[in-house]
Design a protein around this ligand. Structure first.
Ligand SMILES: [Mn+2]
Length: 360
C-alpha cells in the first residue's frame, strides 16, 4: 500500500485547525492540552497518529478519540504504534512488551489475564481481538495522509521524490524526516520523531520545529518517550488566503517556584541524544565528570550519575544536556528530576537544563 491508496484532501481555511501528534496513551495530558488551546467542536482537530502504547491509558484514549471522531471536523491519521492489532502475532511483540508499556498490557489487565494464561501467542491475539474489536475498529482504516491547500499531514514522512508513491511503511516509520527534503511544494507537518533529537544551539528543546526552507514542521514533543517530553499543539489560522502558525505545549511535571536568581555568564551548551551515547571518561567528582562524546569528539562535563559503565567503556545513561538554565526569583519551572546530587534538572519554555538545587 502507498499513500496514494489511502489519503484525504480537504480545505482548512474555514476554521481554526489544531494539530496534535504522538499522544501515546497520555489521555490526561491530551485533555489538558485541548483545554489550554480552548478546543471546541467548531475547531478542526487533526491527530497525526500514535495515540497507542508507551503511556498509561491507550484503551481509554482510543475510546476518547473515537468519540471525538464522530465530529466531522476531527480527523486522525495512522501512526506506526496504532498498528498494534496487526502485530499481535509477531515474534517481536513479547520482547517489546518487556521494554514498553503497551495496549496489550492494558487489554490483558482488563481481562484479568497474563501472558502465561495463554497456550500460545496466537490464542492471546485472538482473545485480545475478540474483546477489543471496538478499539481495533477505531484505528483500523485510518488514512495515511491529509492534503490541504498549503499543508500535508503525515505521521512520519514522505519520500524525497513523488510523495504520493511513498510506501505505507515509510509514511509511518521514516526517521529523521526533519533533516530530509521533499518535492510536495507544501508545508509537510509530521510527528513520530521527537524534535529534541534535532539539536540546535546545543539545547535539549522539545518545542515544535519549523523549517521554512525545506517546508517541514515536526511537532512531536517526545511525550512518553523523552524524560522531559511534552505534548505540542500546532494551531493554524487563516485570514483570507494567508495562514498564521501558533504553538502551545502541555506537560505533567510538578511545578516549583524559584527562590534565588541563577545566571551563567558564558556557556556553550551541548546536547547529546539517542543513539550516540558512547563517551570517554576523565577525572571528576561526585557532582560532575570531564568526558568526551565519542561520536562528535566534543569535550564536556557530564553529571556523574549520568555515566553508565558498560563492558568495554562508558555510556550516557540517556539523552544528556550540559546546559545550565538561567532562572529568576518568583519564576515557576517544571521539575524534571530532583534526584541528582546538588543540581536539579528543570524545564522552562520547552527547554531542559540544570540549576543548583538551592535556587528551588
Ligand atoms: Mn510513531
Amino acid at each position: 500500500m502507498k499513500i496514494k491508496d489511502n489519503y484525504m484532501t480537504m480545505s482548512i481555511t474555514d476554521r481554526r485547525t489544531i494539530v496534535v501528534s504522538d499522544v501515546h496513551g497520555n489521555i490526561n495530558l491530551f485533555k489538558d492540552l485541548l483545554l489550554s488551546v480552548g478546543y471546541t467542536e467548531d475547531d478542526r482537530l487533526i491527530i497525526l497518529g500514535d495515540i497507542i502504547d508507551k503511556g498509561p491509558n491507550s484503551i481509554e484514549l482510543v475510546e476518547f478519540v473515537g468519540e471525538l471522531l464522530e465530529n466531522e471536523h476531527v480527523h486522525m491519521l495512522l501512526g506506526n504504534c496504532d498498528c498494534i492489532f496487526d502485530e499481535l502475532e509477531e515474534d517481536y511483540l513479547y520482547n517489546y512488551m518487556q521494554r514498553r508499556h503497551t495496549l496489550v498490557h492494558e487489554a490483558l489487565d482488563k481481562l484479568g489475564k497474563t501472558l502465561d494464561d495463554y497456550e500460545s501467542q496466537s490464542d492471546m491475539a485472538k482473545d485480545v481481538c475478540k474483546h477489543f474489536s471496538h478499539i481495533h475498529d477505531i484505528v483500523r482504516d485510518l488514512p495515511l495522509m491529509i492534503e490541504t491547500e498549503d499543508f500535508i499531514f503525515v505521521h512520519a514522512g514522505l519520500d524525497q521524490h513523488d510523495y504520493m508513491n511513498t510506501s505505507r511503511y515509510n509514511a509511518l516509520n521514516m526517521p529523521y524526516f526533519y533533516n530530509a527534503t521533499h518535492d510536495a511544494e507544501k508545508m509537510v507537518v509530521v510527528g513520530h520523531f521527537p524534535t529534541c533529537n534535532y539539536v540546535e544551539d546545543g539545547l535539549m528543546n522539545n518545542n515544535i520545529k519549523i523549517n521554512e526552507a525545506s517546508c517541514i514542521i515536526d511537532i512531536d514533543g517526545g511525550n512518553q518517550v523523552k524524560y522531559s517530553g511534552q505534548l505540542n499543539a500546532l494551531i493554524i489560522e487563516y485570514t483570507d488566503d494567508e495562514y498564521t502558525l501558533k504553538t502551545l505545549a502541555a506537560d505533567d511535571y510538578k511545578r516549583q517556584v524559584v527562590i534565588q536568581d541563577f545566571e551563567v555568564s558564558y556557556q556553550e551548551p551541548h546536547t547529546f541524544t539517542y543513539p550516540h551515547f558512547e563517551i570517554e571518561v576523565f577525572d571528576g567528582d561526585e557532582y560532575f565528570t570531564r568526558a568526551k562524546h565519542i561520536h562528535t569528539g566534543i569535550d564536556f562535563m557530564v553529571k556523574t550519575e549520568f555515566i553508565k559503565e558498560i563492558e568495554d567503556g562508558y555510556r550516557l545513561k540517556d539523552d544528556y544536556t550540559d546546559y545550565f538554565m538561567d532562572v529568576s526569583i518568583g519564576e515557576e519551572v517544571a521539575i524534571i528530576d530532583d534526584s541528582y546530587l546538588g543540581y536539579t534538572l528543570i524545564m522552562k519554555d520547552g527547554i531542559t537544563g540544570w540549576v543548583p538545587e538551592e535556587v528551588l
